[in-house]
Design a protein around this ligand. Sequence first.
Ligand code: GLU
Length: 466
Amino acid sequence: MSAIRVRFAPSPTGFLHVGGARTALFNWLLARKQGGTFILRIEDTDVERSTKESVDAILQGMEWLGLDWDEGPFFQSDCFELYKEHVQKLVDAGKAYKCYCSAEELEKKREQAMQEGRKPKYDGTCRERRDHPADAPYVIRFRAPQGDEVVFDDLIKGRIAFPAEELDDLIIQRTDGTPTYNFCVVIDDAVMRITTVIRGDDHVNNTPRQIQLYEALGFPVPQFAHVPMILGSDKARLSKRHGATSVIAYRDMGYLPEALLNYLVRLGWSHGDDEIFSLQEMIDKFDIRHVGRSAGVFNTEKLNWLNAHYIKAGDPQRLAGLLQPHLASRGVSTQDGPDLVAVVKTLQERAQTLEEMAERALFYYQPPQGYDEAALAKFAKEHLQAVYAAVAEKLIESPAITAAEFDALFKELCTERGWKMPQVGQPVRIALSGGTQAPGIGEIIVALGKQEAIRRIQKASETVAA
Ligand code: GLU
């Protein structure tokens, strides 16, 4: 194992968002590429907003994507003592102090600053305070070093500098004794010996404060990589109003995890003109330094294209297993009926999602309740009954078993009777599936079974004639 240690640190206040999943993926890829360690840390210090359901949903999303972690999940809520110890260390060293300013006082000063056109900033009232009023509530503030700029070289965004005077004395412990977010992150990243912090660029403004904290505590400062946001088609931050944003919603819509991973890795990162990356190729080729600086726009069509690719190339056995719940949710039992693996083989060439595949698989398990009469009239006209009778007879007599053999049988019939292929093929497809949007006839007959195919053709013949 190399010394690289990275972490994904979601706050459990909702499901796993696709943006979060991309951040997790980048961390995971770096760890896997360099033989490092990938840690999962749940940032649940905000007790009000953190829920067990969200923790479960995040873990479920990670597991579905196959982003396995080497250490954790660790919960910040288990570490309050550790944070307290470090707060005390800073206080003892004179690097943090008790602040007794009330919320009202601070609000008044804030408003005044705004009115005078100044950026609101804590004015340091309690910085040098010597009297400590007994029983008065206080917060603990970090004594932010004054003077220089805080500078860091972001692996994605390049050099970033913040003037130190913009960084006021951060509250690190609230009146109720609980530590604040930026402080916990620093302690955890330091204690977990994180070498590279890869996170969303909504945290860029936290980084200079965190760097000051690392330095004050005597911890080495990790490298940072701030990943740009994902936007919706209108260039606003991707949110529910653009459609699904939860990883599990993509599973439920019938996307394969490898398609979503491939899509997410390519969003804002490229490697020549390559579009398709197996997991191993991602690991080999991904480089965090080549992630673009601007936000990526989520493009469902491209995701669909990738998903179709992975479905087409997928192992039918595995796809059958993944398809099962999509059929079950439609009330279809595949217990009695054609073998689902055989069914998948007939559909995987053309399906964009498993939902679409499930919809198209229905006819195998539920004989058509109606027929596309317009298509029947178009393709078969006055020959319809003759076509059905001749096809049924051929099938009964024929020893054919493969799709190719069945297809040859239909060709033979056309030659014998002087019919054109669509005049035979389409009515048969309609008899078998109800419509014309179905796989090749030979393939359907193999999956459905010859006897069932004959039954359906006879049924159609009676129904349409009636
Ligand atoms: N918990 C933060 C979030 O969910 C991530 C903080 C970090 O990665 O440093 O946005």
